[in-house]
Design a protein around this ligand. Structure first.
Ligand code: BG6
Length: 496
């Protein structure tokens, strides 16, 4: 049973709080998941934000929750436990004492959510410590970006570690809060049909792809400094790769899960020097059409025609261990792509001998498709006979587990899940400092190699699937990026 807690959001009037955190906490409230006595304190750095807080968070909730979810009465009740407070994180003044007074008179369980730029993580933790607010039952949640490279990540982590013990530092990667991502663990470790088919003997390759249709979304300066590799691959894609590739933890504890993930990160074959040329593709979008609308190119959106920041990455990665020897993991992510989708595709090897004549059609390999977005589903692609035809025609069909159909009330909210886990002191779905470091250790040499002019990003039209080189990366291996709808469409049209 979750105990009542105080949840302090530094950056309480910021974009993350308004778009994700407060709507997530509201959902928890509506589901009866918030114990009575919970207090949510939104830290504002301007007094005006304090006076306008309730109006602003309500307007944002209306915008970011669906019409079905937002209920004026429930919001009114929920907002009784949300309190704006004025504080300048960097100034150790009387407002910190006011915060201390408020918290000391409140709940024992405390969560400090740092929804701020990492530049102030250190000073915020220092002030929390100086005001005596860090207790045995206090936890700090930190958002990405955790650094720009290994060195800066270590600096940030060391600053936090001066005040909080590792077990109380919750580094968030919201992809780990997506229910289908956790279901991947359940699928792998509770079903013997998969357990026995989860290695280089059975699997041909794995694709992990997160495509977005959005562009810069008002984050130009952050994004242009980061680029797709730092923004998406270093964290989300590598975490997904870990969950696909890790060994079974001996227990479902945070320590065991993290230890297995770390082993995967440490087994990634380094990509350095020339290898970067063969195994990575960088792209940057130019003007094109997304969802029927003409959109500008990255440089125009940014207002700087010199930027060489990548908005697309594709990588062929290898994990050098017994289980995964010679199984490529293709990673891909990009902005302004054709469709919004996040998918993990496990492609099995071809059957060893095809007994059917060519006229029966080409055999498609089996695939397990774990879709995280736009809807959460798991599909197994198998080959079946077209039952409507007398002669044998083989077509790919999908065995479907669509969570929206199966769980009618299921609303996916990764942030809600992770905030409640932090409140319950369960760090299983949060990232250990060593994982952050191992991920940067693999990413840094790629970034270094990309500094050479030959690695300038290749243009791709907004609304496409990325530069041609990303397709060639797989074609060279006699494979291709998997698009489920196209495959199933083929099955249908073949059958008609
Ligand atoms: C964030 C990135 O971590 O994840 C964004 O900084 C990206 O650039 C976002 O758009 C994608 O998250 P989701 O859950 O919408 O796929």
């Amino acid at each position: 049973m979750l105990k009542a807690f105080d949840f302090v959001i530094f950056g309480g009037a910021g974009d993350l709080a308004l778009r994700k955190l407060l709507p997530g906490l509201y959902r928890a409230y509506c589901n009866g998941e918030l114990p009575s006595g919970v207090r949510i304190l939104g830290v504002c750095r301007r007094e005006k934000q304090v006076t306008e807080y309730q109006d602003n968070i309500r307007a944002a909730a209306q915008e970011h929750l669906s019409a079905d979810e937002f209920d004026a009465e429930k919001w009114q009740a929920f907002s009784q436990c949300v309190h704006p407070i004025y504080l300048n994180i960097e100034e150790r003044d009387k407002w910190w004492d006011a915060l201390a007074e408020l918290l000391n008179a409140g709940n024992e369980q405390r969560v400090f959510y740092l929804a701020t730029p990492p530049g102030v993580f250190g000073i915020c933790c220092k002030h929390l410590s100086e005001t005596g607010l860090i207790t045995e039952t206090s936890r700090v949640v930190v958002e990405k970006p955790l650094g720009y490279d290994l060195q800066s990540a270590e600096e940030i982590n060391s600053q936090i570690a001066e005040y909080f013990e590792e077990r109380n530092i919750f580094r968030i990667d919201h992809y780990l809060g997506k229910e289908t991502v956790q279901n991947l663990l359940a699928l792998r470790f509770t079903n013997s049909i998969f357990e026995n088919l989860w290695d280089a003997k059975s699997i041909d390759h794995v694709q992990i792809s997160i495509s977005e249709t959005v562009g810069l979304e008002g984050r130009a300066s952050f994004y242009d400094d980061a680029g797709a590799l730092r923004d998406m691959v270093q964290n989300h894609l590598l975490q997904l790769l870990c969950l696909v590739a890790m060994e079974s933890p001996n227990k479902l504890t945070a320590d065991s899960i993290r230890a297995e993930k770390l082993k995967v990160l440490e087994s990634l074959r380094p990509l350095e020097g020339d290898a970067v040329k063969w195994h990575t593709v960088r792209g940057q979008y130019v003007a094109g059409e997304v969802d029927g609308k003409q959109v500008p190119g990255y440089l125009e959106e940014l207002g700087n025609d010199k930027s060489t920041t990548e908005t697309f990455v594709a990588i062929r990665a290898h994990i050098d261990n017994w289980r995964w020897a010679d199984v490529p993991f293709y990673l891909r992510t990009g902005k302004r792509m054709k469709r919004r989708a996040a998918e993990i595709v496990i492609q099995y090897k071809d059957v060893s001998h095809n007994v059917y004549p060519d006229a029966a059609g080409t055999l498609e390999p089996n695939r397990l498709v774990i879709r995280l977005q736009p809807e959460e589903s798991i599909q197994i692609i198998v080959t079946s006979k077209n039952l409507e035809k007398h002669e044998t025609e083989l077509v790919p069909v999908a065995l479907n587990l669509n969570f929206a159909d199966t769980y009618k009330h299921f609303v996916s909210d990764a942030y809600k899940r992770l905030m409640l886990d932090a409140a319950a002191d369960d760090p299983s779905l949060f990232i250990h400092r060593n994982e952050v470091a191992a991920a940067w250790r693999w990413i840094d040499p790629i970034i270094e190699a990309w500094q050479k002019p030959e690695h300038r990003p290749l243009p791709y039209a907004a609304g496409s699937w990325g530069p041609d080189a990303a397709h060639e990366l797989l074609i060279g291996d006699k494979r291709s990026w998997f698009i489920i709808d196209e495959l199933l469409e083929r099955g249908k049209s073949d059958g008609n």
